[in-house]
Structure formats: C-alpha cells, structure tokens
Design a protein around this ligand. Structure first.
Ligand SMILES: NC(=O)c1ccc[n+]([C@@H]2O[C@H](COP(=O)([O-])OP(=O)(O)OC[C@H]3O[C@@H](n4cnc5c(N)ncnc54)[C@H](OP(=O)(O)O)[C@@H]3O)[C@@H](O)[C@H]2O)c1
Length: 273
C-alpha cells in the first residue's frame, strides 16, 4: 500500500514519535503536510513542527477525526485513557496502531467497540538512529493493506517482521530488551581490548564496528552465522582459541537465558497493565 497522500497522526510526540516521523519524512513516504501530532506538551509539538514541518493538532480527538492512520505513541499506562477518549470519533476504515508495550489487541478492540483495524507493534530503541528491529501483529479487522502500511512506516526506521500477537513477549525479550544485552557485550568487548593494550577509544570503536559489521554480514549475505564463523576460524589459529574461551564461559546459554527471562517478565507485566 502506498502511503502517498495518507494522513498519519501521532498521539504522543515523544522520542519514538520523533524517530518514526523523521523516518517517514526522510523516506518521503508521504508529504509533511499529511503528518500531524498531538501531545500534552506544547514544547514537544513545537519541536516537531520546527524540525519536520509536522502539523500540530489541538486535541487527540481532532487528530483522530483527521487521520487515516492513528499511531498511539504514549506510555502504556496512558493508552487505555486515550482510547476511551478517541473511541467516539474513530470509525471503521481508520487504522489504530499502538507501539506501547503490554497493551493487547483484544484490550484495544474492546475499548474501541467497533470493527476498526488495530495493529500492535513492538519497536526497539535503535529506531532512533534508523536501525530499529520491530515486530507487528494484526488485529481482528486488520489485513494486508494495514500490514503493508504499518510495515512501510516501521521500515523507514529499520527492519520489520509480522508475527502472531502471542509471540510479542518473545520479541520483547529478544529485540526489545536486546540492545541492553548488546551494550553490555560491547562494553566488555572494549574492556577486553583495553586489557590487551589498546587505548579505550580505539577499543570501543573497533568493538562497536565489529558488532555492526558482523550483523551486516548476516543480514546482507543471508548466510548462517555458524558458516560465517567457520569461514574466519582456521585450524589451531587465533579465533578458535577465542571461541574455546567463549564456550567455557557459557556465552550461548547465558544469552538464551537472558532472552527467556525477559520474555517471561514481559508476559507477567502484560497481565498487570
Ligand atoms: N523509546 C523507545 O525506544 C521505545 C521502544 C519500544 C516501545 N516504546 C513505546 O513507545 C511508546 C512511546 O515511548 P517514548 O519513548 O516515545 O515516550 P515519551 O518520550 O515519554 O513520549 C510520550 C509523549 O506522550 C505525551 N503524552 C502523555 N499523555 C498524553 C496524552 N493523554 N495525550 C497525548 N500525549 C500524551 C508525553 O507527555 P509527558 O511526558 O508530559 O507525559 C510524551 O511527550 C511507549 O509506550 C513505549 O513503551 C518505546
């Protein structure tokens, strides 16, 4: 689905809305005059208008009346209240997208109380630098057109996959929480460089670029990471000695356990929202 000419509104003009709006404008998905935002903070709205030419709208209801795609970019604890407000003006034919963690599709559909297309998204923080990893799940009344529209928006700030909603807690454990695991690995990797004599800044640059490069190799060659690893591992060489130490330190088990724990916590928290 082309987004050209589509009216897209963001309720909540915070960090995530800014990242997505920047991606939409940069990719030219639709003209800035078709983009609008509402927020309790006039300062945030003024910032988005100045930076991106996005129209500011006085209320969430006005935004919901005018927009074909309504993106809820507020904190999870605010989502139900916002939906209660806008339900009077939202009509079938519009698409309501939530990027808030833990608010289920059935909760949103029940509050809206009409056959409106709902899409639930789990993005991650690297969306802020155009390298996000997001997953979307479609509600009862959402189909191919809504999937391709929301995929195009998220695709402007990174990679996006479509999954069943019951896997969103797993996505939260993997790519939602994942940047924090990668930061810890990177910090340790840079410390290791310092341990073997490199200056701190040099070690961090080499460590971060190595992580980025390895990830690009996997994404761009489509090769299995095990094969790429084997390609740089010569018999009795440096790399196999490093890998031997990693296996002894249980890196694989530790990462699997981290993702499992985070996914379990996400499921627990969804029940509490
Ligand atoms: N940041 C991330 O990387 C990330 C990753 C995954 C998921 N998410 C999800 O994305 C959502 C947005 O996150 P964020 O980091 O962009 O949050 P944020 O920076 O706090 O932005 C939310 C904005 O919405 C405003 N707001 C609060 N109540 C409102 C209302 N009733 N109507 C309109 N606007 C209202 C907030 O104002 P006040 O600050 O004055 O309350 C704030 O400016 C959250 O649900 C978060 O869980 C974010």
């Amino acid at each position: 689905m082309s987004l050209q000419g589509k009216k897209i509104g963001f309720i909540g003009a915070g960090a995530m809305a800014e990242a997505l709006l920047t991606g939409i404008v940069k990719a030219g998905l639709t003209q800035p005059e078709n983009l609008c935002a509402s927020d309790v903070s006039q300062e945030r709205l003024a910032h988005l208008t100045d930076k991106l030419g996005v129209r500011k709208v006085e209320s969430n209801n006005q935004l919901s009346t005018e927009s074909e795609i309504i993106i809820l970019a507020v904190k999870p604890q605010v989502v139900s209240g916002v939906l209660e407000d806008i339900r009077q003006v939202v009509k079938p034919g519009q698409v309501v997208v939530s990027i808030a963690a833990g608010i289920t599709i059935s909760t949103m559909e029940a509050i809206l109380g009409q056959p409106v297309a709902v899409v639930r998204v789990m993005p991650n923080t690297p969306c802020l630098v155009g390298a996000g990893a997001s997953a979307l799940a479609l509600g009862t009344h959402a189909g191919f057109a809504e999937e391709s529209a929301v995929s195009a928006i998220l695709g402007a700030v990174g990679k996006v996959v479509t999954i069943k909603e019951n896997l969103l807690d797993s996505v939260t454990g993997l790519s939602g929480s994942g940047p924090a695991y990668m930061y810890v690995i990177l910090e340790a990797f840079a410390d290791a460089g310092v341990k073997v004599g490199l200056p701190r800044d040099v070690a961090l640059t080499l460590a971060a670029q190595t992580m980025l490069g390895a990830a690009k190799m996997v994404l761009e060659t489509g090769e299995h990471p095990g094969k790429l690893k084997d390609m740089v591992t010569t018999p009795g060489g440096t790399t196999i000695n490093g890998l031997y130490a990693l296996e002894k330190g249980n890196l694989r088990y530790t990462l699997m356990k981290a993702v499992k724990k985070a996914a379990e916590r996400s499921a627990e928290m969804s029940k509490q929202v």
